[in-house]
Design a protein around this ligand. Structure first.
Ligand code: C2O
Length: 546
């Protein structure tokens, strides 16, 4: 094993897109940020230096951080932010996982431009469980805004209107030649005829689920969220914010240029979204000269589903089966069972000039009717470690306070969320099941829910209200896929299971940042025995203070 040292300088950098130059936050001047490449078992030491004028933190999305809870990164959850002019060194190791993960800022909406790939190769000498690719490329799908991202965040939080949409989608930071002024801002991948290529597709978009396809080529899905699955083929994939999907592509078509394209999957009804298409180009090195003229040279767009094609998405996601079919890892008897509603669309009044929605309200979203509020002045993990009272409570409700037809048309008055910083205590070693249930108070919608500190098994998914008897009977306990971010389907539910073997404070949240900002989050406190020190190690000396 090896230790990798990196220095991440967060700084304002002028970047030109869509005809305009704008100052955005980057790491080391790069957009997207640097790719980190390691092997399973390696250690990482990453010094993050903040030369920006905003507070930042960096989260290593999908890394379990067992024993290194102070390195997880969400602001006010495991650390106070790194203030301008200061630095913090994240130290952690890769423990029995490989595949595609990523890193991103985890304070306010700064991750809009501060993100990059985190690629974990298998241990030295361990092959991939599929045909060895000739080439590999990370593909980071993202969003680009013409305006200041924190201004857009404030608008989403206070105005009582849906958040402003992005102005373009991007592939590796480039919108592609279908957007204005962007013919040079198009990512190009060069391949040789006959090559097999591994594309590591990461959805780093703030607020948008995305389809992705390559014209005339079939994709073989081999992994997601740093876990392998039984390979299956598809023409199009859908990736939710926070998720990653590994696909193999064989360059078996006539040598030419082929469009790769991404556009929105917008499951909610009535919520505005950007219906444009970002492109990249796959170029065969051996394009014959005579073909460089005429229509053969002009790539054609792949067929992408309609923006609301839930049928295609369901057919895609239901094909995921973990590579190994062994019951040994799958949890059969459950110690803790939670049923958590995830929903948005409620108004929640906070008196004051900041509530610009109807009657002095603003949007809120919640889990079991609690709209999550981050603490100020201290992180949850610090408050826990130092035993500081009054920062959080541990009374997050394991079931909804009232029962109703969750996905039906329910009056908003029935379900007014309360603000709270409520955690749920899990005993170390507990076998946990969570059913996540979408609600339809204002509108049903997909929610990509991310659990920090764990990979979990997705044992079931369906539409409508979860039915404990019939749906549980149909759970897949044989080869359920492992993920760190699960898309709760629009107007439906998803059931996950995991072993609570990682002590710490772990955030659970919707990876659509608009929903997170409105409060779609909670946190688990996993305690190992009675002593605090047994649960959480001593904080690093350079841990930022608020
Ligand atoms: Cu990728 Cu809490 O986030």
């Amino acid at each position: 094993t090896e230790t990798h040292y990196h220095e991440f300088v967060v700084q304002a950098t002028p970047i030109k897109r869509l005809c305009r130059s704008r100052s955005i936050l980057t790491v080391n001047g790069l957009f997207p940020g640097p790719t980190i490449e390691v092997r399973d078992g390696d250690a990482l030491v990453i010094k993050v230096i903040n030369r920006a004028t905003y507070n930042v933190t960096i989260h290593w999305h999908g890394i379990r951080q067992k024993g290194t809870q102070w390195a997880d990164g969400p602001a006010y959850v495991t650390q106070c932010p790194i203030q301008p002019g200061s630095a913090y060194t994240y130290r952690f190791s890769i423990q029995n996982q490989d595949g595609t993960l990523w890193w991103h800022a985890h304070s306010r909406w700064i991750r809009a431009t501060v993100y990059g790939a985190l690629i974990i190769y298998p241990k030295l000498g361990v092959p991939y469980p599929f045909q060895k690719p000739n080439k590999e490329f990370p593909i980071l799908l993202g969003e680009w805004w013409d305006n200041d991202i924190l201004a857009i965040m404030r608008q989403a939080l206070f105005s009582g209107a849906a958040p402003n949409m992005s102005d373009a989608y991007t592939i590796n930071g480039q919108p592609g030649d279908l957007y204005r002024c962007s013919s040079l801002d198009t990512t190009i991948f060069y391949v040789d005829a006959g090559d097999t290529i591994l594309f590591r597709v990461i959805n780093a978009a703030l607020n948008q689920q995305l389809f992705f396809a390559v014209s005339d080529h079939i994709l073989t899905v081999v992994g997601a969220d740093a876990a392998y699955n039984k390979p299956f083929t598809t023409r199009v994939i859908m990736v939710g914010p926070g998720q990653t999907t590994n696909v193999l592509l064989t360059a078996d078509q006539p040598p030419a240029r082929y469009y790769m394209a991404t556009k929105a999957y917008a499951s909610a009804q009535g919520v505005p979204f950007d219906n444009t298409t970002a492109t990249a180009i796959l170029v065969y090195n051996s394009i014959p000269c005579q073909s460089k003229k005429g229509s053969f040279f002009q790539p054609v767009l792949p067929q992408l589903p309609n923006y609301n094609d839930t049928t295609t998405v369901t057919a895609f996601t239901s094909q995921f089966r973990s590579l190994s079919s062994s019951n040994s890892k799958v949890l059969t008897d459950i110690d803790e069972s939670l049923f958590i509603t995830v929903g948005l669309g409620f108004f929640n009044c906070i008196p004051g000039p900041t509530c610009q929605g109807p009657n002095g309200t603003r949007f809120a979203s919640s889990m079991n009717n609690v709209s999550f509020v981050l603490p100020r002045g201290v992180s949850l993990l610090q408050a826990y470690y130092q035993n500081t009272p009054g920062i959080f409570t541990t009374d997050f409700p394991p079931i909804p306070p009232i029962q109703f037809d969750y996905t039906g048309n329910v009056p908003q008055a029935l379900w007014q969320p309360n603000l709270g910083t409520k955690l749920y205590k899990l005993k170390f070693g507990a076998k946990v099941q969570i059913v996540l249930q979408d609600t339809g108070i204002l509108s049903i919608e997909d929610h990509p829910i991310h659990l920090h500190g764990y990979q979990f098994f997705v044992v079931g998914q369906g539409f409508g209200n979860f039915n404990p008897s019939t749906d549980t009977a149909n759970f897949n306990l044989n080869d359920p896929p492992e993920r760190n971010t699960i898309g709760v389907p629009v107007g439906g539910w998803a059931a996950i299971r995991f072993l609570a073997d990682n002590p710490g404070v772990w955030l659970v949240h919707c990876h659509i940042d608009a929903h997170l900002t409105w409060g779609l989050a909670m946190a688990f406190l996993v305690e190992n025995g009675p002593g605090l020190l047994q649960s959480v190690g001593t904080p690093p000396l350079d841990l930022p203070q608020c």
